[in-house]
Write a protein that binds this ligand. Structure first.
Ligand code: PMP
Length: 310
């Protein structure tokens, strides 16, 4: 069953689920003076109930698992998350009456921990010193120890992650731009956005270019993988063949761009600024076209970081 069908079916039981997706697309005029023949749009994913793009993937992952009977017998949904997916698992799982356990580094911000707990989910901590990939290794250890107790939702390997963006985000972008989109700019966390949107937009128009923003490894951009470190796990669902070009992104520049976006009325996190730096670098080479990127999550999620020390 497809995303919209499952969403409609389960929204009868749980109406808040109907609020996921169909987010606004808004023009950003930050670069208009420099590039008058260029139009830049951001898809404002902070409008989702969980405040981020991950609501789409997690909704599809959980509803398809429920529908297949994978969650029968009270199994606990388990996954690792840097925050946005964790919040999505927590609110959607909680609303559906499902048990959720999230494995997160112990330095996750207070606003994320409290949000996850508020929806009734459990948190299992790993040491931040062991790096983010340690959360995934810990999930695997827990699942191997008690295979019948858990349903491993596996956002890095679950096909429904990229399919959510293929069936909804890409279709919405196509409709909202009247088919005029020429370039799509995103980064890679799990690879769900770029793989799903990239595949669908290229089917709709093979000339659409898919541009990937890659942040430097340290200090890094929250939610994005640097992809350059050989020790970094490459997400199984990432389809590198949809990516036409890669754009290096400096973390300071990403933060400054998030701050510029805030002053333009769009309050997103660090990765949204990173995507806009990719848009700006691309703009310098193409000078005209219709670029779409994503405002991934809500700026409030970063109050305890230095992002807003302006
Ligand atoms: N930005 C933020 C803030 C995120 O949380 C994520 C997901 N980790 C992304 C961007 C990247 O999305 P995806 O997982 O679809 O690659």
């Amino acid at each position: 069953m497809g995303f919209r069908e499952l969403q409609a079916r389960y929204s009868e039981r749980c109406p808040a689920l109907a609020l996921v997706g169909n987010t606004p697309l808004v023009e950003v005029k930050l670069f208009k003076d420099e590039f008058p023949e260029l139009t830049v749009y951001v898809k404002v994913e902070s409008f989702n109930p969980g405040g981020s793009l991950k609501d789409r993937s997690v909704l599809y992952i959980l509803l398809s698992a429920l529908d297949r009977g994978d969650l029968d017998g009270g199994r606990t949904i388990i996954d690792s998350s840097s925050g946005n997916a964790g919040i999505a698992y927590a609110w959607i799982g909680g609303a559906l009456g499902l048990a959720v356990k999230l494995v997160i580094p112990d330095n996750a911000s207070l606003e994320r921990k409290k949000r996850i707990l508020s929806h009734g989910a459990q948190i299992h901590y790993t040491s931040a010193q062991d790096g983010y990939d340690e959360t995934l290794r810990e999930v695997r250890r827990l699942v191997v120890a008690q295979p019948d107790a858990y349903y491993f939702a596996d956002q890095y390997g679950n096909e429904h992650n990229w399919r959510a963006h293929y069936e909804t985000t890409a279709e919405e972008i196509w409709q909202q731009t009247g088919g005029k989109v020429t370039h799509f700019v995103a980064g890679v966390g799990t690879g769900g956005t770029i793989t799903g949107v990239g595949r669908r937009l290229k089917e709709l128009n093979p000339r659409v270019q898919i541009e990937c923003v890659v942040p430097e490894a340290f200090p890094g951009v929250e939610g994005l993988k640097p992809l350059k470190d050989p020790h970094d796990l490459v997400p199984a669902i990432l389809d590198r063949s949809v990516i036409d070009r890669m754009w290096d992104c400096d973390v300071d520049a990403a933060w400054r761009m998030s701050q510029r976006l805030a002053r333009a009325g769009l309050f997103g996190g660090q990765s949204s600024g990173a995507y806009l730096t990719g848009v700006y670098d691309l703009a310098k080479t193409i000078r005209r076209g219709v670029i779409v990127t994503i405002l991934n999550d809500i700026g409030e999620r970063y109050m305890s970081t230095r992002l807003w020390d302006v």
